[in-house]
Design a binder for this molecule. Structure first.
Ligand code: D61
Ligand code: MG
Length: 420
């Protein structure tokens, strides 16, 4: 906790968010759900899997209304199982593709599990006990099973096409079109499926699932941002997702971008990648604006707000080539607490779009294109969301004084404790 507070020491709004979160957290759906599933051992195992396999999505899924929570938890676990087969570089390629292409049938086979993953595969345990996920999946209403099976079918076949090289040069993604198609398979399709589940639950209007492009962009924005952030980790694992059509304009040695002497080139490649992601912003905001249910809104908005913050952080940041870059815990908590309404979400997007423009470097070959993209995003917001505020509403004076006192008190307590 001390390290988290210290990391936010120069950011009073983050300190206040951290303290509010720690001491004044309202009783959430998470607690309620834990009581609801206490006497259902199998369902409890599924939520344990969710917690263990997803740091970022577990909490937002558990906060969903009752009508959707289990369906989306199972949707997540099924696709995480599929992805655990895709990600395993130790599996035989033919075996991998056979599994990927039949996974939509596997989820209907009671008792199926899988012990062939490499020992270091991070979510291996999920597939080892996958029969539990299957049993719970089979308990879902048919309308939900149908959506999940349909998306699993499309994603599994898409992943198999990529794994077997149909869209690759060696193991690298070649064109921007291939990059978009890959991101569509692994994340855009999740957006499609989620919209179908929202509509099937009755919590959202069926129209949410009509415009496939908007749902697709919700996933594209998240996946592309992750792919930029994870450059180094993927490289170390022998994977390359950045399309050659982008980096090949600046270098013919993708792995060489980590070398200090290539910093200028690396900066240009990175800004070209960020530029590519910015085009999805209008779709993301349009989609979020059309949501009606509060729990669905929070579920959808929080990951997008984290993504724009991450994008601003990685932009023009050489650390991407050396280590995992992550937003501060204090930033994350502040963003999560603010992401409950469209005004705040738009204000957050505006703030980070502004950060992007301040980090834009006139010496970068993409300087002009980034300026144009940033200008376009701002222009789009002022035209389509004209009444939205420019900045996050500040807390009222008396409560912010109170919270700052609480911050100081807890810092003092922690520090005193350290000297005991
Ligand atoms: C609203 C709210 C959440 C949304 C959304 C709209 C639209 C799309 C997405 C979430 C999906 C975003 C994916 C971004 C994270 N990328 C990954 O997890 C990669 O794997 C992709 C294939 C498996 C997708 C599983 C998934 C993820 C999030 C979900 C979900 C299913 C179901 C419901 C809700 C959220 C990445 O995995 C990294 C890892 O192994 O940890 C990879 O392998 O590239
Ligand atoms: Mg994967």
């Amino acid at each position: 906790m001390l390290d988290v507070l210290l990391a936010s020491i120069g950011h009073p709004s983050e300190l206040s968010a951290l303290i509010t979160y720690k001491f004044f957290k309202p009783e959430s759906n998470i607690n309620r759900n834990q009581k609801l599933i206490a006497n259902n051992e199998r369902k409890k195992r599924c939520y344990d899997f969710l917690d263990k396999t997803s740091r970022s999505f577990s909490a937002v899924i558990q906060e969903l209304d009752d009508e959707l929570r289990d369906a989306i938890c199972l949707f997540y676990l099924v696709l995480r199982g599929l992805d655990t087969i895709e990600d395993d570089m130790t599996l035989d390629l033919d075996r991998k593709c056979e599994l990927l292409r039949s996974f939509d049938k596997i989820i209907f086979q009671r008792g199926w599990n899988f012990k062939e993953n490499g020992p270091n595969e991070k979510d291996r345990h999920l597939l080892v006990d996958f029969q539990i996920v299957i049993e719970e999946f089979l308990e879902l209403p048919k309308k939900f099973q149908d959506v999940i099976a349909d998306i699993t079918n499309q994603m599994g076949n898409g992943m198999a096409d990529y794994a077997s090289g149909d869209h690759r040069e060696n193991t690298a993604v070649a064109t921007i079109k291939d990059f978009d198609l890959y991101c569509h398979y692994v994340a855009g399709l999740v957006g499609w499926g989620l919209s179908d589940l929202f509509a099937a639950s009755g919590l959202e209007d069926p129209s949410i699932a009509k415009d496939k492009r908007l749902s697709d962009s919700m996933g594209m924005f998240l996946q592309k941002t992750n792919i930029i952030r994870d450059y180094r980790e993927d490289l170390d694992d022998g994977r390359q997702f950045w399309p050659k059509e982008i980096w090949g304009k600046y270098t013919d040695d993708f792995a060489g971008l980590v070398k200090p002497e290539n910093a200028k080139t690396a900066q240009a490649v990175l800004s070209a990648m960020v530029l590519n992601v910015l085009e999805h912003i209008p779709d993301v905001l349009t989609y979020l604006k059309s949501l009606k249910n509060q729990s669905v809104f929070n579920f959808c908005a929080i990951p997008q707000v984290m993504a724009i913050a991450t994008l601003a952080l990685v932009f023009n940041n050489q650390d991407v080539y050396h280590r995992n870059v992550k937003i501060r815990k204090g930033t994350a908590v502040k963003l999560i607490m603010a992401s409950t309404n469209m005004d705040n979400v738009v204000a957050i997007f505006r703030e980070y779009i502004h950060v992007l423009s301040t980090k834009n470097d006139a010496a970068d070959p993409n300087f002009i294109n980034i300026s144009i993209a940033v200008g376009k995003a701002e222009q789009w917001i002022t035209t389509n969301l004209p009444d939205s505020p420019r900045t996050l509403a500040k807390r009222s004076d008396s409560s912010s004084t109170f919270i700052m006192l609480a911050v100081l008190a807890s810092l003092a307590a922690i520090i005193l404790n350290a000297y005991k």
